[in-house]
Write a protein that binds this ligand. Structure first.
Ligand SMILES: [Zn+2]
Length: 122
């Protein structure tokens, strides 16, 4: 085991800083290459809730909105246009937190108004 006191680098004595980057969390020396890291799991990966995503309003004349709805529902653009014309609000996808983040980003970047059930805390 390393003699690690939690505050300074055991190699050079400089201050250690804690950092979290992507899925790695750890302590890094501010001066040399010394570090101790652990794999970090985002809280979203521990969330076992299945979320449902609803489109609240989308414009059937807007092609980027049609594309994202078509992709998520696994239908073609014509079917997506029909769906958007017929229904103001409809179910579009479900998934766990990590997937929902991706889907939500897709929908929001196309400026589709959505809601998530149950309330999505991320
Ligand atoms: Zn050091």
């Amino acid at each position: 085991m390393m003699n690690f006191n939690g505050f300074v680098c055991p190699d050079c004595g400089h201050e250690l800083v804690s950092k979290t980057e992507l899925r790695v969390s750890g302590l890094f020396c501010s001066h040399c290459e010394w570090s101790v890291v652990t794999t970090y799991f985002p809280e979203t990966l521990k969330d076992c809730t299945k979320y449902k995503i609803w489109v609240e309003s989308a414009d059937f004349k807007n092609e980027s909105q049609l594309r994202v709805v078509a992709k998520l529902r696994g239908i073609n653009l014509l079917a997506a246009r029909d769906l958007l014309k017929r229904q103001e609000r409809f179910f579009v996808a479900e998934g766990f937190a990590q997937e929902v983040l991706t889907i939500q980003a897709d929908l929001l970047s196309a400026q589709v108004k959505i809601s998530i059930e149950p309330p999505f805390p991320w």
